[in-house]
Design a binder for this molecule. Structure first.
Ligand code: ATP
Length: 457
């Protein structure tokens, strides 16, 4: 719940919060960092796991027409010839004749270097795939590539999945995994990096039903971000123009988010028709056809591909959740993260470091850890400890005070409203579970009451 006009989020504040609180660090920082690679710290790794978990839950666990896969990053090099990546996975680049920086032609407004104003060469094609060698000999025959997308691992396993699961159309295969692209222009923090993670679905349908399924997935995927807390007004769908479309794609939309640097792609949803399966069938000389038992027809299914980035989603969730509120003479920085995404769900805070309080608090901490990621903090004033939790998006703080030792009750404080309730310790686990699933704070368990700031001291 935001009590004031939305603030304008700038990227520097997000980067600084991520660095300061241990969400994201530059890669290999002690050696000066590695350009456009990022390490997720203790809180970042939880955020990322929660995003992947929420996606998997929505697109695999809760559906009966989807299954998962985890293909390897290194694939047979012929995969990339068949998919068109070896030939076509390139962006035309122009190099500056004076500072030698290379620029994507799409990013250039004029004919001079945006950095130093130097003259640019004619655009050339460079392949964005990272190359390496398989085995001890570094020659042409042992070249393999780090996959630039996870999708091809799904297409090459289409028959395996069909044979082993006996799924019938329409059905989809989902995969989460690392992808690598030797991007020319990187930047905007984790928005565009050279190593990133994708969450991709290939949804196979009968030709002729593809448009209907395309529209279905557009809506489904847009709603996923909204359900997890992204403000509707910060999301939009952008249809690809004819000239932007890959030659095989029938239709493509980007889900765009209003990042601090402007509107940019969060996820792409494309109708790829039968292009990929046909290419792999021709290239491998294996049939990738589907047999329809009802109509007795053999055909190659069409595919709808919703392709999202874990890192871009993390950035969008962080930017959208970031907030600053006036707080007496200071500013309260907080992340309104959805409880499903918050790295830490509950913080356990003893009011002081007195031995008896600490022992009671540690017992509660140990119990709650069985259910969720929980943190324990007894350093500095309670106000400061609340602020520290607000800043990392912890939805609830549980405070143990002296009275708790007598009445076996604790207070729960809600991050967004700062409202508090006081409830019996024996109700804590079920109450927190209900609140984390979205129950109103003031719906009270037996023996619970609304609590006013300061009453517990
Ligand atoms: P862009 O036009 O921004 O380069 P793209 O259209 O090439 O993206 P896709 O190939 O559609 O991207 O990849 C699907 C998703 O993977 C993107 O929507 C994005 O979330 C993520 N993604 C792609 N490239 C990167 C990258 N370099 N860094 C981080 N995420 C990426």
């Amino acid at each position: 719940m935001v009590k004031h006009a939305p603030i304008k989020v700038d990227m520097e504040k997000i980067v600084s919060l991520c660095r300061r609180r241990g969400f994201i660090f530059p890669s290999s920082e002690i050696y000066g960092g590695l350009s456009s690679c990022w390490d997720y710290g203790p809180l970042g790794v939880e955020l990322k796991r929660n995003i992947k978990e929420a996606w998997w839950r929505a697109v695999v666990q809760e559906r009966d027409d989807m299954i998962g896969l985890d293909a390897s990053i290194l694939m047979h090099p012929q995969t990339w010839a068949a998919s068109g990546h070896l030939k076509g996975f390139t962006d035309p680049l122009a190099e500056c004749k004076s500072c030698h920086q290379r620029w994507r032609v799409d990013d250039l407004a004029g004919n001079s270097c945006p950095d130093c104003g130097g003259e640019l060469t004619e655009p050339r094609l460079f392949n964005l795939m990272f190359k390496t060698f398989m085995g001890p000999i570094e020659d042409e025959a042992s070249i393999v590539y780090l996959r630039p997308e996870t999708a091809q691992g799904i297409f090459v396993n289409f028959q395996n999945v069909l044979n082993t699961t006996r799924k019938r159309l329409p059905f989809g295969i989902a995969q989460i995994g690392k992808a690598f692209r030797n991007e020319i222009t990187t930047g905007n923090f984790i928005f565009r990096s050279r190593e990133f993670e994708q969450m991709e679905i290939e949804f196979f349908v009968k030709p002729g039903t593809d448009e209907e399924w395309f529209n279905y997935w557009l809506e489904e995927r847009l709603n996923w971000y909204i359900k997890l807390g992204i403000k509707k007004e910060n999301l939009k769908l952008r249809q690809h123009m004819k000239k932007e479309l890959a030659h095989y794609a029938r239709e493509c939309y980007d889900i765009e988010y209003l990042f601090p640097m402007g509107w940019a792609e969060l996820e792409g949803i494309a109708n790829r028709a039968d292009f990929d399966l046909t290419q792999h069938a021709n290239s491998s000389a294996k049939s990738l056809e589907y047999f329809d038992d009802e109509t007795k027809e053999h055909f190659i299914p069409y595919v709808i591909e919703p392709s999202a980035g874990v890192d871009r989603s993390a950035l969008a969730f962080l930017c959208d959740a970031y907030d600053e509120e006036p707080d007496k003479e200071e500013i309260r920085v907080l992340l309104h993260l959805h409880p499903a995404l918050a790295p830490i769900k509950v913080a356990v805070l003893p009011l002081s470091r007195r031995e008896k309080l600490v022992a009671a608090a540690k017992q509660i901490y140990a119990e709650l850890r069985q259910c969720w990621m929980v943190s324990y903090d007894d350093a500095q004033s309670i106000g400061r400890r609340y602020r520290r939790q607000d800043e990392i998006g912890t939805p609830f703080c549980v405070t143990i005070d002296f009275q708790s030792l007598e009445d076996e009750q604790v207070t729960i404080r809600e991050r967004d409203t700062m409202n508090q309730i006081r409830i019996p310790i024996k109700e804590l686990r079920t109450t927190l579970a209900a609140k984390l699933s979205g129950e109103e704070l003031f719906v009270l368990p037996p023996g619970g009451k609304i609590w006013k700031e300061g009453e517990s001291v």
